[in-house]
Design a protein around this ligand. Structure first.
Ligand code: SF4
Length: 461
């Protein structure tokens, strides 16, 4: 039985209807970013339903318990505002759950009411509800605009706004804002910078939070996350490398404006050239040499790219998800001689199409790139029905198209709710590039095995 048989190949331009969006809601991103800070409890200022949805989406993706508190709006708070709920919540949370930081994000409801969060935080301070040495920070995440990436970006910028300070104690550290990537990617970025001998402050950092080991002990706040002290010191670093303009650009620029820490905003280091640029930026910023071990890692990636080139060559690929991931992935696919022909993201932002145009640079003349609320999975499916592709790359929501159209499918991005591995195996860096190649080849070759006739069914490929 086909799951999406209502999808027609006949594309009608739409302006007021989204069908199966290529994004999710803002507070999920704010919650994910806050989980990358040590001893920080995300707090959803709205009704319980929003908070439950955001927690469960993160839990389904990371397969880890995700802790967050809620202002638990009732009909009364919806009419009179959520100030008293938030004041009560701040007092309760510091008394019962004892975090160092409460990271408040809003929801559609509290945004529509117009709750003034900085004023409520100031009142909580005045009333002595915030213990000494503890913090309440906030970001506005109205989910009727933006997406999870916008919420993530906002919370990362809030970390800068609330904590970073410039002192006379200048340091040789390099700040790394890794963007919305997996805990495994953040761990890999740390490994790469350590291999280069670069001292870094990485924020946020969800490794050891959302990929924490099973130790038999229940820890409400896992060991990972960027400590407040490091967030403060970020204002004294030599420079900042921000990975992914959409998720990390705002925080990097805020840090530059607030503390005069210059920033380099790069694409995510996915694939060969983007990783080269990242390593080079680190090398220049910290004035270090690239160790031979990293050159050899790079060589292994180049080796597989060339050994298996015949399976990549000219394959048409459809991608959906977050802007930063899509730009970096498209560049890598082009380096493999693949053809990213359809690219959609529901995340708004002025520079996505220009970034994609730079990557495509006339190489893929048939490419269709679409952004915004009507750049959805329905449109993607229609394009595929008009002219098929050889590979799908995106989050779990693509599995319906993959099944309906019998197209190999590589899961990548957020959310992935029906597989594991993404939070443990990186896709950034040279090692991550190898992992991506393995996944693409597995999907393409398994399809070839399945579909080939008996005469052309090969043992060696
Ligand atoms: S879209 Fe708005 S109402 Fe819906 S879950 Fe997200 S924040 Fe809550």
């Amino acid at each position: 039985m086909t799951l999406l048989r209502h999808t027609t190949a006949d594309v009608k331009e739409r302006s007021g209807l989204t069908i199966n969006p290529a994004k999710t809601c803002q507070p999920i991103g704010a919650m994910y970013a806050a989980l990358g800070v040590r001893n920080c409890l995300p707090h959803s200022h709205g009704s319980q339903g929003c908070c439950a949805y955001h927690r469960s989406t993160l839990t389904r993706h990371y397969k880890e318990p995700v802790m967050a508190a809620t202002s638990s709006f009732t009909e009364g708070s919806s009419v009179f505002g959520g100030q008293s709920n938030l004041l009560q919540a701040i007092e309760n949370i510091f008394t019962i759950y004892k975090p160092d930081i409460i990271a408040v994000h809003t929801t559609c409801l509290s945004e529509t009411i117009g709750d003034d969060i900085p004023q409520i935080i100031a009142k909580a301070k005045e009333e002595g509800k915030i213990p000494a040495g503890k913090f309440v920070i906030h970001v506005n995440t109205p989910s009727y605009v933006g997406s999870h990436v916008v919420g993530f970006s906002g919370m990362v910028k809030s970390l800068v706004d609330y904590f970073a300070v410039a002192t006379d104690d200048k340091r040789r550290t390099i700040n790394i804002i890794p963007g919305w990537v997996e805990p495994s990617d953040m761990r890999e970025i740390r490994r790469l910078t350590a291999a280069l001998g670069v001292e870094t402050i990485i924020f946020p950092d969800t490794s050891d939070v959302l990929d924490a080991p099973q130790t038999g002990q229940r820890q409400f706040y896992p060991d990972g996350g960027t400590p407040v002290e490091s967030l403060r010191k970020a204002g004294d670093s030599l420079s900042t490398i921000a990975l992914g303009l959409s998720a990390s650009g705002a925080a990097a620029r805020a840090l530059d404006a607030k503390c005069k820490v210059p920033c380099d905003i790069l694409e995510l280091p996915i694939g060969l050239r983007a990783t080269d640029r990242f390593i080079d930026a680190l090398r220049r910023a910290a004035r270090v040499h690239v160790p031979e071990a990293l050159n050899r890692e790079r060589g292994r990636l180049v080796d597989v790219m060339s050994d298996m080139h015949q399976y990549f060559y000219n394959k048409r690929v459809a991608l959906w998800g977050d802007p930063d991931q899509l730009v970096a992935l498209s560049e890598f696919l082009i380096d493999l001689d693949m053809r990213p022909v359809y690219v959609v993201t529901g995340t708004p932002g002025r520079e996505f199409e220009a970034r994609m145009a730079r990557v495509l640079a006339g190489k893929i003349s048939e490419a269709k790139v679409r952004q915004g609320s009507c750049a959805d999975m329905f449109l993607m499916h229609q394009w595929i029905k008009e002219q098929p592709v050889d590979l799908l790359i995106g989050n779990t929501y693509g599995k319906y198209i993959a099944r309906d159209e019998n197209i190999p499918f590589v899961r990548h991005g957020f959310p992935i709710m029906d597989r594991v591995g993404h939070s443990y195996f990186p896709t950034v860096g040279y090692q991550g590039g190898l992992r991506l190649l393995e996944k693409i080849l597995d999907a393409v070759l398994a399809h070839k095995d399945r579909e080939s006739s008996e005469e052309s069914f090969e043992l060696v490929m």
